[in-house]
Write a protein that binds this ligand. Structure first.
Ligand code: NAD
Length: 333
């Protein structure tokens, strides 16, 4: 099988090359360019393409891939909201993904953001580099014996619950389904979670129901001096309302690995660009906000799991032995 890999970053290539030897029947070529109508044509002669969470795998691209004979789309991520699944299936293209590669990777990044913003690590780091050893402005609060509110208790949310329990926190959770493994967690209404939590961390997917879940109305229901963390999807939070809340001194700290309108920024070095929106700059203007660039998944273990499952998906497509949970849509060879 021949696979064309789009939007290759050094860390992708390194982790895929490490596993490649175990799959001698799969030949991979790497492109730095991401998928587009133009670059889809480059897949001529390949059986499969490999794309990521930010790739455009919409209708026009899928049609282009079908035209050059691609039979398989390998998503090297869990999400597939960027893929026109119906169009791909109607053209006989199978879509396989990596559903749960390392929930702990994202949960550990969420608690890293919470701790860093709470203890002002981002400020302390800069100050000490400037020989400023003053502690003014660095006072945090203990998480021990405080309340963590976890919204979405699937794989990543459950890992975050376990971490917060390890810190000696009381855990409140809100989800449309309760996770039976989390017997140390109290499931409550969203309103109660908002009203009682000192740390709120978002771990639900972006759906029509969860779009702008955090908005003026829900921010008003939160405790004053709450720490808010989002490692899930940017549009769970209405950014304008968040900025208003920060200005109203509602938050002790905000840690964002994802934010609205991040798409053009994600994984790119844009230091010479004049950015088209001021959202990132406005968020970064606040001393109690930390923004990272959608790096929650980026651990050695997660990258290895992504590479391995992607190769296994390609091999399974050849043998017809596809894992149901890795299949997106209805069509399998
Ligand atoms: P999951 O499917 O295991 O869990 C999601 C949970 O959210 C489920 O329990 C579901 O019932 C719940 N849920 C769905 N809609 C809800 C709603 N409206 N309100 C409350 N709960 C709701 O998913 P997961 O693997 O834990 O991933 C969670 C999210 O993390 C993903 O959707 C993705 O957006 C994000 N993610 C981010 C990164 C990163 O690098 N920052 C990496 C992977 C995943």
């Amino acid at each position: 099988m021949k696979v064309l890999f789009y939007d290759t970053k050094k860390y992708d290539r390194d982790s895929f090359e490490e596993i490649a030897g175990e799959f001698p029947d799969i030949e991979v070529d790497y492109l730095e360019a991401d998928l587009s109508v133009q670059t889809a044509k480059l897949a001529y002669g390949y059986d499969a393409i490999c794309a990521f969470v930010s790739s455009d795998v919409g209708t026009a691209v899928v049609e282009g891939l079908a035209k050059v004979g691609v039979k398989l789309i390998l998503m090297r991520c869990a999400g597939f909201n960027n893929v026109d699944v119906e169009c791909a299936n109607s053209k006989g293209i199978t879509i396989l993904r990596v559903p749960g590669y390392s929930p702990e990777a994202v949960a550990e990044h969420a608690i890293a953001l919470a701790l860093a913003v709470n203890r002002r690590i981002h400020k302390g780091y800069i100050k000490v580099r400037d020989n400023n050893f003053s502690l003014v402005g660095l006072t945090g609060a203990n998480f021990y014996k405080k309340t963590a509110g976890i919204i979405g208790t699937g794989k990543i949310g459950a890992a975050m619950c376990r971490i917060c329990a390890g810190f000696g926190m009381k855990i409140l959770a809100y989800d449309i389904y309760q996770n039976p493994d989390l017997d140390f967690v109290e499931y409550v209404s969203l309103d109660r979670l908002l009203a009682e939590s000192d740390l709120i961390s978002l771990h639900c997917p972006l759906t029509d129901d969860s779009y702008h879940l955090i908005c003026k109305d829900t921010i008003e229901k939160m405790k004053d001096n709450v720490v808010l963390v989002n490692t899930s999807r940017g549009a769970l939070i209405n950014t304008e309302d968040l900025i208003a809340g920060i200005r109203n001194r509602k938050f002790f700290g905000v840690g964002l690995d994802v934010y609205e309108e991040e798409t053009n920024n994600v994984f790119e070095n844009r230091e010479d660009d004049i950015l088209e929106t001021s959202i990132t700059a406005r968020l970064l203007s606040f001393p109690n906000v930390i923004v990272t660039s959608h790096q929650g998944f980026l651990t050695k273990e997660a990258l290895e799991a992504i590479s391995r499952t992607t190769f296994e998906n390609a091999a399974a497509f050849e043998t017809g032995d596809i894992k149901k949970e890795n299949l997106v849509g209805i069509f399998a060879k």
